[in-house]
Ligand binder design. Structure first.
Ligand SMILES: CSCCC(=O)C(=O)COP(=O)(O)O
Ligand SMILES: [Zn+2]
Length: 207
């Protein structure tokens, strides 16, 4: 468990350096065992820019704390849905301005699709005509309901899900892959926002 703790602490430090935990938002987890399912998850409500010895707590498949660092993230249910439905080893959830804006702008479509942008290769989409689709679900204050609707969108090809005006959950087979997926998503969202701005301002006409 020490290596899993250190790996998650390292990812948390890197995401903090990107300023991806505003207002105590965000939660991270890493799988520790498969049978029974256990994972380390961030303690709820903490300032995720700070590093302490109570940053993570071990939980079981029902989200019950098995160690004493504090209350598991309120959104542990989402991490558990990911582990129960995929072979993921790490799941990351952050709130950023770009992921919130994209989730609102494309909410009615139910998803956003990227094609012809090199960084979709970070998801293993290597074909020239390949595309990456990220589902968008409504936000629910009731967390078991939120966990259920996120779980329903998880398929073999899904590696990320946007929650409307809330944030994103991404996962990968390990922490390295989960972080690569998250960084690629945030690049694509930033690209899309700037492209929409440029189009709205008719910037192509001044070139
Ligand atoms: C202050 S953000 C609201 C809760 C949330 O969406 C989040 O990501 C952090 O919740 P946690 O219980 O994991 O601290
Ligand atoms: Zn959240």
């Amino acid at each position: 468990m020490i290596s899993a703790w250190n790996e998650l602490a390292c990812v948390k430090r890197e995401l903090a350096a990107r300023d991806w935990f505003p207002g105590t938002s965000g939660n991270l987890s890493i799988k520790v065992s498969n049978k029974p399912l256990t994972c380390l998850v961030t303690v709820s409500g903490k300032d995720k820019y700070k590093e302490t010895e109570e940053d993570f707590v071990l939980v079981d498949q029902d989200g019950k704390a098995l160690t004493e660092q504090g209350k598991p993230s309120a959104e542990t249910v989402i991490h558990l849905e990911v582990y129960k439905r995929t072979d993921a080893g790490c799941s990351l959830h952050v709130h950023t301005l770009d992921n919130n804006l994209i989730s609102e702008l494309y909410a009615e479509k139910g998803s956003i699709t990227f094609r012809n942008v090199e960084l979709i290769k970070a998801f293993g989409v290597l074909d020239a005509d390949g595309e990456l689709t990220i589902p968008i679900v409504e936000n629910f204050a009731d967390l078991p309901t939120l966990g259920k609707v996120v779980g329903e969108q998880i398929s073999a090809d899904t590696k990320a899900i946007l929650i409307r005006n809330h944030g994103i959950t991404v996962w990968g087979k390990n922490a390295f892959e989960a972080k690569r997926h998250l960084e690629a998503c945030e690049f694509l969202f930033s690209y899309q926002m700037k492209l929409l701005h440029a189009k709205a301002l008719n910037l192509k006409e001044v070139l």
